[in-house]
Ligand binder design. Structure first.
Ligand code: ZN
Length: 255
């Protein structure tokens, strides 16, 4: 029953994220006016706004003009619900669940805004520091040193990639938004899990490009947002980073 409520809450937050992802970078109000079909301006009725179900029920089209609705709307809803579910499995019914499920939601918003506009809004990066402050305050201050080192270390690492990448390739290798975002990730995760996370970010990017470039979905010259991969890395690191470190150290010590 609680699992069901957690997933339901995730779906509702996901529905809200769709509004944020569309309106926030355009400088529009998140709260008003009510959602409209971008094609015919038809006002979305409450029953057309039920996460996942309305999309299925309307067969992915606007009820007024039959323009197809992007599959991204149900995807974001399902993804958010999944993040909530994973957080519940990891943290149980605790404050950690609320903090990290909402942090995961923020990462989803950042990832899709970066995909659409190639920017990571500063205000969202600032909000992202809050879970770090929460960890600092709730873990008897033990986290603070690793967190500050993570902030400096990951920020410095991405700044170096940006600086030397630009020298080597004579074009922007890494956006400054990514540098700030990585520094934030380091503050939330601490330097050790942070490094694992950024390794996972580069790994996921490499794996995806290995599929997308030969299949022609993207080409080499295209500017590709790196933010979504940082989001993936942060999330994997948050849930399994410490396990990965422990596993790696055990392997190392045995040899
Ligand atoms: Zn319409």
């Amino acid at each position: 029953m609680i699992t069901f409520l957690v997933i339901l809450f995730g779906l509702l937050i996901g529905s809200f994220l769709n509004v944020v992802i569309y309106r926030f970078p355009r400088g529009e109000s998140i709260a008003f006016p009510a959602s409209h079909c971008p094609s015919c301006n038809h006002q979305i009725k409450p029953w057309e706004n039920v996460p996942l179900l309305s999309f299925l029920f309307l067969r992915g089209t606007c009820s007024a003009c039959k323009t197809s609705i992007s599959w991204r709307y149900p995807l974001v809803e399902a993804l958010t619900a999944f993040i909530f579910y994973l957080s519940f499995l990891e943290f149980g019914l605790t404050w950690d669940l609320a903090v990290f499920a909402l942090f995961g939601s923020l990462l989803i918003a950042i990832a899709f805004i970066d995909i659409d506009h190639l920017i990571i809004p500063d205000s969202m990066i600032i909000i992202g520091f809050l879970p770090g402050i929460y960890l600092w305050l709730t873990r008897d201050g033990q986290m603070l040193t690793p967190q500050v080192l993570g902030f400096i270390g990951l920020g410095g690492m991405f700044w170096a990639i940006r600086y030397f990448g630009e020298m080597a390739f004579k074009k922007e290798a890494m956006g400054f938004g990514d540098v700030k975002f990585a520094a934030m990730a380091g503050f939330v995760l601490g330097w050790d899990v942070g490094i694992v996370s950024m390794f996972l970010a580069f790994l996921s990017a490499t794996l995806l490009f290995a599929v997308l470039i030969p299949s022609g979905v993207i080409n080499r010259k295209q500017q590709v947002p790196f933010g979504p991969f940082i989001c993936i890395g942060i999330w994997l690191g948050l849930l399994w980073g410490q396990e990965l470190i422990d596993w790696y150290l055990t392997m190392f010590i045995r040899i």
